[in-house]
Ligand binder design. Sequence first.
Ligand code: C5P
Length: 409
Amino acid sequence: MLAGKRIVLGVTGGIAAYKAVEVCRLLVDAGAHVVPVLTEGAEHFVGRTTFSALASEPAQTSLWNEASPIPHTALGQSADLVLVAPATARLLSAYASGYSHDLLTNVLIATRAPVVLCPAMHTEMWEHPAVRANIATLRARGAHLVEPEEGRLAGGDSGTGRLAAPARIVAEVRAVLARGADLAGLHVVVSAGGTREPIDAVRVIANRSSGKQGYALAAEAIARGARVTLVSTVDLPTPAGVDVRRVQTAAEMEVAMGDLAEQADVVLMAAAVADYRPVAPAAGKLKKDQGVPQIVLEPTPDILAGLGARKPAGQVLVGFAAETSDLVANAEAKLARKNLDLIVANDVGAPGVGFQHDTNAVTLLQPGGEVDTVTLTDKRAVAKAVLDTVVRIRSAGADHHPRKQTEKA
Ligand code: C5P
């Protein structure tokens, strides 16, 4: 996976810079083409000659390189991945704010390749709210973090903040490259959150969906090179590059999804759509002195079943099933009834699973009877498993013939 990959190895000015030498060697040994970019601070710890001797190209340190008048765009655009090890608090701050004052920060801002950051600093710095905020910002924008480890730090101190072991860093680089851009060129449409159906001007019928699984799917899809549109009822931080359409009701979601799904390659219907809505929401606020309201409900449209009935050839349509009993049987019935290629079922009664949690555990069911399970893990890892399965379904479809449009079962 590393062979032939062009990796910019950014090294910043922390004592752990000496370990970046080992990272460089491991990457080159695995066949990667490594271009070291050192900050001024890094050169106080390790000389550029060391990196130049081990890497595939001489180390670069300056924006003002006469051989290449714009080294940052050339390096950023040609990289398959940019790795920063160690990443100091200063580098994280500059990258988070877009303050591109040297070659490495310019490369980071100029690149569209995946970025892997390996912070290393004293525990007090690692725990400082400014550093925590920068890490959160960079993660939300899609950077991959290799968390520092606990152990001995410079000056005889110990605690969390030690650069991750070189082998762990290289393993993360491999994992990020393996996922690579397997959704490049595809349009992925994701729905997220619970719908809100008005009772009157101030009250709604809602549900417990937080939208976190849908946002994790959107973040994972964009990290894998897709163009992503998120149809959302909630206001969570939007992953960089994702186009968001805000909706509230099932009716609004039906219109948005109907428009987008016509041209989409993958549709992930993660939203919790209300099954019923008030027939006639009151225009104003219902008053107590009007007595106990009798709210008459009507069914909402089944958006997913509609998309299944009109599914274009080659599209992969994924539904979600939140169940509290007979998980597999109920999910299988929905898979067939809604003409889906995959259903992601979760037992929302189990601890840590489904609505509002950061974690999830799911069963993935396909029409051929193939079943996979993902045990309790964070929602981003569930998103990875779902998109891995989508990629497999697409390549199996391409091996046969384009999927035919089928009638709603
Ligand atoms: O039948 P059930 O509501 O359990 O199916 C869940 C799946 O169907 C989810 O993917 C959900 O987004 C979708 N759904 C829908 N429209 C509805 C109800 C559910 O698209 N009215």
